[in-house]
Design a protein around this ligand. Structure first.
Ligand code: WT7
Length: 566
């Protein structure tokens, strides 16, 4: 029987407070994610149980028990405190998927500081924007990424410490210090900071249509949602070996790549390596992964790889599969049933929701192509885009909206109260996506409601790309839009207007692409650049990306009344 069925049988009335009870916490008392994910499992008799099975791309393995992660995260918290870092300060984690990232995350939270994880493939400009915005006090990184930090640190007066986890004998620059996690002074009985439900915990940056990325601020109370959704949707059980292949630079990698499994006392496996079908299958076979949380892009890559590759491995340990980040095509569900003997279960959510909100949970029959129904305790609706009232009619598309109040809802955007307020209309939180609801209450995803580009489950904002494009000496103006792509669903395409005296060429195109890849990230790099004479604009001068996008997707242009004719 699945966890959700067993629990609902005992107690059919859903209430978040039942989860608080299971976690032994109280909304008005002390709640600390770092403690709940490491000390508590130890207190529950799991001290010697494996918490983390780690392997890198060269096959180097490390194993950590719950007691190991408890002590090591204590040591890190004490070390950071010893440096003078205080509760509430932002401490950035800027690393590949090394153990220090996962355990450091708990350490930062035990100190009462705010963990700010950033994707290690970010270039110096993406990094700068987010460290500058959050007024980050310290960054924990690896030698290979420290070079990017060095380029920008002089423009970051708040950044007091650059902590390098693998410095070895390497030479350190000013403000840089070495922290060898395995050799830190012991702080076995570290006194975890008494954070409360509403104390800030994790700060994740997410992209919007306008302006620079927004810092979605979460609080320690979020763990209530992450605990129960991991238990019910991922169906995590005591003897599971769980694998979430998302990077903790994104919310999936923290909510369900750190907090969800560990607060449930489950063993999780981490592979510090990019996509490679054979390596992934081998990883599942070797560690006998039972529950796997993946994404449509990865599934499409595996599908492309074909049957021969899958057949080389014994993947019979897999018992439950979930997916997030983009619409999960019906083909992918059918393929996974055929290949693994079980369907992928879709889960819909966002950086801002902090937890899965609409899903094919394991007790719900899967309708391939639909993302399922709202999770118990989540009130969702599809709103009419003009009135912001629920459409209350099956099959009619509208805006996906949620009633505020679930535990892991984003509490603010860092330094951006207006951006935060704009997410709410008529008492609803708007996700920025469109869907319709069928007669059985299942949600069918239609697309985003804005110009944000979803490339392989990662959101990229046009503004950040367009700002970086302007740094190229030949670029006068530009617009970044989504272009359909068979593997990544969407990729970035840039329309560029050149300054007088510059002519389009293949070299110019490559040069511009490289600039974005280096300064922002490989995700943000335009896969195609089209040079044009002028951008479509409204009479008030705003770029109408919708028109450029519609061309790429072969969609109707919609209302053109405010667009200038040129
Ligand atoms: C956006 C949120 C939190 C997960 C990782 C992404 C899209 C997410 C689905 C899904 C269709 C999905 C939406 C959403 N998205 N899951 N199951 N089906 N679209 O977090 O970076 O905040 O992106 O990803 O557009 O708004 P994120």
């Amino acid at each position: 029987m699945t966890n959700i069925e067993a629990d609902l049988q005992k107690n059919p009335q859903f209430d978040w407070s039942a989860s608080e009870c299971e976690l032994g916490i109280d909304r008005s008392g002390i709640i600390n994610i770092g403690w709940l994910c490491s000390d508590r499992p130890c207190q529950m008799g799991k001290a010697a149980k494996t918490a983390l099975l780690w392997e890198d791309h060269q096959g180097v393995e490390k194993v950590f028990t719950y007691n190991d992660i408890r002590i090591l995260s204590n040591n890190i918290a004490a070390y950071l405190e010893g440096l003078g870092l205080k509760p509430g300060e932002r401490i950035c984690l800027f690393m590949d998927r090394v153990p220090e990232l996962y355990i450091g995350f708990l350490g930062i939270l035990k100190l009462g500081a705010v963990a700010q994880p950033l994707f290690s493939a970010f270039g110096e400009e993406s990094l700068f924007t987010r460290l500058d915005n959050a007024q980050t006090s310290a960054i924990i990184t690896q030698r290979k990424h420290a070079l990017k930090v060095r380029k920008i640190r002089d423009q970051l007066p708040n950044l007091r410490y650059i902590i390098i986890v693998d410095a070895g004998e390497g030479a350190l620059k000013e403000r840089e210090i070495a922290m060898d996690m395995e050799k830190l002074p012991k702080a076995d009985d570290y006194k975890v900071y008494p954070t409360k439900a509403e104390t800030s915990s994790v700060l994740h940056y997410t992209s919007g249509t306008t302006g620079q990325p927004k810092g979605a601020q979460h609080v320690h109370y979020s763990i209530v949602s992450q605990y129960i959704t991991a238990k019910w949707v991922l169906d995590l059980k005591d003897d599971d070996i769980y694998w979430c292949n998302a990077d903790p630079g994104w919310v999936t990698g923290t909510s369900y790549g750190i907090i969800g499994p560990w607060v449930n006392g489950v063993t999780q496996a981490v592979l510090d390596s990019g996509f490679n079908a054979e390596r992934w299958y081998k990883f599942i076979e070797k560690y006998k992964i039972t529950v796997w949380y993946s994404a449509p892009t990865a599934i499409r890559l595996l599908m492309r790889e074909g049957k021969e590759t899958v057949q080389k491995f014994n993947l019979s340990s897999l018992r439950h599969l979930c997916s997030v980040g983009e619409p999960l095509n019906a083909e992918a569900v059918h393929w996974s049933k055929e290949t693994f003997g079980r369907p992928f279960h879709d889960t819909f959510w966002q950086t801002e929701t902090g937890c899965i909100v609409i899903t094919n949970h394991p007790a719900l029959p899967v309708k391939p192509g639909s993302m399922g129904k709202p999770f118990p305790g989540i009130e969702a609706a599809v709103l009419n885009p003009q009135t912001f009232e629920p459409v209350n009619q099956t099959g009619i598309a509208g805006l996906i909206a949620l009633k505020p109040g679930w535990p892991s809802m984003v509490r603010s955007y860092w330094n951006n109260p207006t951006g935060y307020q704009n997410k709410f209309k008529n008492g609803w939180y708007l996700c920025g996506d469109r869907a319709s609801i069928d007669i059985d209450g299942y949600y069918w995803f239609m697309g985003r409601d804005d110009d944000v580009i979803n490339t392989g489950g990662h959101l990229v904002g046009p503004f950040e790309i367009e700002s970086a494009l302007l740094e190229h000496p030949a670029v006068a103006e530009s617009a970044a839009v989504a272009k359909p792509d068979p593997i990544n669903m969407e990729v970035v395409k840039a329309f560029v207007v050149l300054k007088p005296g510059y002519a389009p060429s293949d070299d110019m195109e490559l040069d511009i692409m490289n600039l974005i890849r280096k300064r922002l990230s490989p995700l943000a790099m335009p896969q195609e650049i089209e040079f044009i004479d002028a951008l479509p604009k409204t009479r008030s001068g705003k770029i109408v990306r919708r028109i450029l996008r519609a061309k790429e997707f072969n969609e109707p242009l919609g209302d053109m009344s405010t667009v200038m004719n040129d």
